[in-house]
Design a protein around this ligand. Structure first.
Ligand code: MLT
Length: 262
């Protein structure tokens, strides 16, 4: 894939390949509690750091959702995997939807966690571009102070997230902000997704509204919605048991191989 880069990743377990894609401005470690639960359940778990995050390079410029989807394709090629389930959290969900549009033949199933198909409003887009400029000038400290409280209630989770953000480069954060700002609306595309898909919503999420999750689960043919009552924007850390359970159900639906009947 042109312009794709080699991502840092962890890879363990045997069985159905599942790529767990983190959101902004995080890294693969947010998925470890779910990954540990799935590793004993016939899954091959792949945990990449997206470009600009964790231990993956930050090539600069704009990290579009299409470029990040290309990086995931590159990783599947490197691992010799023909088809994988993509599970994306928030920005990772935008990347997974971009992947489903660009490389539908490489997708076995989809998990969309605390994410949305809609594009940004003009105001939100401008806010992201302003934040990108500010981070490049002043560093990541302001984001590491303000963001964790929007993601979860639990103090330990907030501290872990703040530490991840402090370790992220301004270039990585700015690239993803610009990429999210220019992402297209995926709503029209949802009806074309024919693989089984689970939509997971944290009922206390302050970032993605429930209506957006309901819309995605209504429009994707073989999908269903899992509401997690005690979770905010990070159900994979706040309630990893329920998220892992949803992944096991997703694997069952994939093996049943029922056609889309809409
Ligand atoms: C994320 O968690 O990836 C971000 O909150 C997504 C966004 O800002 O749209």
């Amino acid at each position: 894939m042109e312009n794709s880069i080699k991502l840092y990743y962890q890879n363990f377990g045997d069985g159905l390949p599942v790529v767990l894609i983190h959101g902004y401005p995080l890294n693969h470690t947010i998925w470890l509690p779910v990954a540990e639960r799935l590793a004993s359940e016939n899954f091959q778990i792949i945990l990449p750091d997206m470009r600009g995050f964790g231990l993956s390079p930050a090539p600069g410029g704009t990290s579009t959702m299409d470029l990040m989807a290309g990086d995931v394709l590159n990783l599947l090629d490197e691992l010799g995997i023909e088809k994988a389930v993509l599970v994306g959290h928030s920005m990772g969900g935008y990347v997974s939807m971009a992947f489903s549009r660009l490389y539908p033949g490489r997708l076995a199933g989809l998990g969309l966690v605390c994410t949305q198909a809609s594009a940004d409003s003009p105001e939100k887009r401008q806010e992201r571009l302003n934040t990108a400029r500010q981070v490049l000038k002043q560093g990541t400290q302001r984001i590491s102070e303000s963001m964790p409280a929007r993601l979860a209630e639990n103090g330990e989770i907030r501290d872990a997230v703040a530490e991840i953000i402090r370790r992220t480069t301004p270039e990585g954060i700015a690239g993803a902000l610009r990429g999210m700002a220019e992402r297209p609306d995926f709503t029209e595309w949802l009806a074309s997704i024919k693989v089984p898909a689970v939509v997971i919503h944290g009922m206390l999420d302050k970032i993605t509204p429930l209506e957006n999750s309901e819309l995605m689960s209504r429009l994707i043919c073989r999908s269903w919605l899992v509401r997690i009552p005690d979770a905010h924007h990070l159900p994979m850390l706040e309630n990893p048991e329920s998220v892992a359970h949803a992944m096991i159900e997703l694997a069952q639906k994939i093996s049943q191989n029922k056609p889309c009947d809409r």
